[in-house]
Design a protein around this ligand. Structure first.
Ligand code: MG
Length: 400
């Protein structure tokens, strides 16, 4: 069933530590299973996507977001003859490195780590599966295949790519230095990610009351489908049917985007005619929207950025979250023994060693990035009570 350009687990570039094949499972199924069973995956349920975890039980979290990306990705992969198991593995792992409190959290940790090489969440997802999970007697991390790791590392700065390349020549950092593409399965996950959050952020945004159906009528991509739904089901005009109208519009929008990606990608594949997954890596990106859908999708993103992500209420809570992570970071830097014992041990081992403070600061970033929203909040309260945090004055709102 796999197309010639799909990733084939039988010819995987393999794992960093050789392991005997598992009976009855392909290497990518095995990767997917390892991801589902790791502790970073379970923590995704208490990590913010846009709305903080405590704001309501129905909002997306990183976990439900990842499941939606996997569903959309698998669906498109099947139509395109790509490897569904690989897509699922990448989708479920793609946000493992996210800090608590969504993008605000990532910005805060990045600011704190500026003197120590910065912080990138994609690179952190790779660190989780390569180094931070402690589940196997013989190695750190989950020892995933090259193809899954390649997909997890969606973006990477040149500086970090050089570091990766030094430790793993010709490995997952190389394409960021030479300008290649990842597998089609990885490309597909990136687009599935975008389709998923654009759709669920509309839903969560309306649920929260921060955006309204009236505002959404400015968004061409959404409004076309809202009109279609109303034409087909007149009773959706009733105010009482508001939620059904919202869902039906989103459902139509999702289907249209999925169909569009399949159509546009199929035609790009016909033109480029790659004969293998490796040829794909030398070509421009082939998984894509058609021209019109691309513009429409950008229009929706622009709307969500201005009306939802930059809504004063969202900025207020994320500003507080950012401040909380900053003061936690500085607190641990001054009092590293307040971290959990295994992080204290790593911190102590690194601080005196060749990497010095830079390597030791990375341990704090790993510790904070691994926290859930509620664990970070509780830790912040605990260290405050111990009087170990210095709260910068006049920082309410956490403006940058
Ligand atoms: Mg994502």
């Amino acid at each position: 069933m796999l197309a010639a350009y799909a990733c084939d687990p039988a010819v995987s570039r393999g794992r960093r530590f050789a392991q005997t094949p598992a009976p009855g499972r392909t290497e990518y199924q095995r990767d997917r299973d390892r991801i589902v069973h790791c502790s970073a995956f379970r923590r995704l349920v208490y990590k913010t996507q846009v709305f903080l975890n405590h704001e309501g039980d129905l909002f997306r979290t990183r976990l439900t977001h990842s499941l939606e990306v996997a569903q959309l990705g698998r669906s498109m992969a099947r139509s395109l003859g790509l490897n569904e198991d690989l897509v699922e593995a990448i989708a479920l792992a793609h946000d493992l490195g996210h800090t608590p409190f969504g993008h605000a959290g990532q910005d805060a940790v990045n600011d704190c780590m500026a003197p120590f090489g910065g912080f990138e969440h994609n690179l952190q997802s790779l660190r989780v599966v390569d180094q931070l999970e402690e589940r196997y007697p013989q190695f750190d991390g989950l020892n995933l295949t090259f193809e899954t790791r390649e997909g997890i590392l969606k973006h990477c700065s040149r500086v970090h790519a050089k570091e990766l390349e030094a430790g793993e020549p010709g490995g997952v950092g190389q394409r960021f230095l030479l300008g290649g593409q990842p597998s089609l399965e990885a490309q597909l996950c990136n687009l599935a990610d975008e389709i998923a959050y654009n759709a669920h952020d509309i839903d969560d945004g309306v649920r929260s009351g921060l955006i309204t159906m009236e505002q959404l009528q400015q968004v061409a991509l959404f409004d076309d489908f809202r009109r279609q739904a109303l034409t087909e089901f007149e009773h959706l005009q009733d105010a009482a049917a508001g939620r059904r109208l919202l869902y039906d519009s989103i459902r139509r929008m999702l289907s249209a985007q999925v169909d569009d990606v399949i159509r546009a990608t199929r035609s790009a594949l016909q033109q480029a005619a790659p004969r293998s997954a490796d040829e794909v890596r030398q070509m421009p990106a082939l998984v894509q929207f058609g021209e019109e859908m691309k513009l429409n999708s950008q229009g929706l993103k622009h709307f969500l950025l201005h009306q939802l992500y930059r809504h004063p209420r969202v900025l207020h809570t994320t500003g507080q979250a950012r401040q909380m992570l900053r003061s936690l970071f500085n607190g641990y830097l001054a009092h590293p023994q307040q971290m959990q014992p295994r992080f204290v041990a790593r911190f102590d081992a690194l601080h005196g060693a060749s990497g010095g403070p830079t390597a030791a600061a990375r341990v704090i970033a790993d510790y904070i990035a691994g926290m859930t929203d509620r664990f970070a909040t509780r830790e912040h309260e605990r260290l405050m009570k111990l009087d170990l945090l210095i709260e910068p004055s006049g920082s309410a709102g956490g403006a940058r």
